[in-house]
Design a protein around this ligand. Structure first.
Ligand SMILES: [Zn+2]
Length: 245
């Protein structure tokens, strides 16, 4: 399948977005837009394969774009070194064929889902915490959305951040690669392995399961009445020693 005329917006170029971007570029997707307002830190290098020590202190968006461009000269890549925000979320979503959310905070994850529905574009949603990962594809008109699954973002402090809880570095690579492969399936016109089915994988036991995610009656995002809310200004801080191997 020739995907050279297909495009994707990848939110976050870190632990999930990095491996996903590599998978999308290697899969032949013609145009990638990546948005990330973070800078490369030494604690990122164990699980963020787009970066090397030479990139420390650089904006992740431009460093990631440069690496992808070097690997795949024919790729059209646009780096946006800013936060994915409500003011331009729908416009950005409308400019591509698919969204992939590799962000690290719940407000951004809800905004990505709401914007994808508004734009009528599929979204590959994913997250990693400690030793487990979750992936869901939101396909407008077919599946439930992130808001159908969780209703609303948890209050700040209720769910630990990756810095507080720690994550297994290799698991982020696994999750990001799976998210990229799922995006390739959707861009190729296939249904997607996780369309309306939340994949939950627990690394400690090696067990995975799929949970049906149907459209929830009354979900304001699926009904098109959900106002877009600003994403969190709080990025995942650098982990303390031993928190994120
Ligand atoms: Zn919904």
């Amino acid at each position: 399948m020739d995907l050279s005329r297909k495009s994707a917006l990848v939110i976050g170029a870190g632990g999930l977005g990095g491996p996903a971007l590599l998978t999308l570029a290697a899969g032949g997707v013609g145009r990638l837009v990546l948005i990330d307002d973070d800078r490369v830190e030494s604690s990122n290098l164990n699980r963020q394969p787009l970066f090397t020590e030479a990139d420390l202190g650089q904006p992740k968006a431009s460093a990631a774009a440069a690496r992808l461009q070097a690997l795949h000269p024919a790729l059209q890549v646009t780096a946006l070194a800013r936060r994915f925000d409500a003011a331009e979320a729908v416009e950005l979503a409308s400019s591509v064929d698919l969204l992939l959310d590799g962000s690290d905070n719940f407000p951004t994850k809800f905004l990505a889902s709401d914007a994808a529905l508004r734009a009528g574009k599929p979204l590959v949603h994913g997250g990693v915490l400690r030793t487990s990962l979750q992936i869901l594809s939101v396909v407008p008109g077919f599946s439930g959305c992130v808001r159908c699954l969780f209703e609303s973002p948890p209050p700040p402090g209720q769910v630990p951040t990756c810095a507080e809880a720690g994550i297994v570095g290799a698991l982020a690579g696994f999750a990001g690669g799976l998210m990229g492969a799922e995006a390739l399936r959707l861009l190729a016109g296939e249904r997607g392995a996780y369309a309306g089915r939340l994949f939950v994988y627990e690394a400690r036991t090696g067990r995975g399961r799929l949970v049906l995610v149907r459209r929830r009656p009354g979900c304001p995002a699926c009904a098109g009445t959900q106002p877009l809310e600003p994403s969190s200004p709080v990025a995942c801080p650098a982990p303390s020693a031993g928190a994120a191997p």
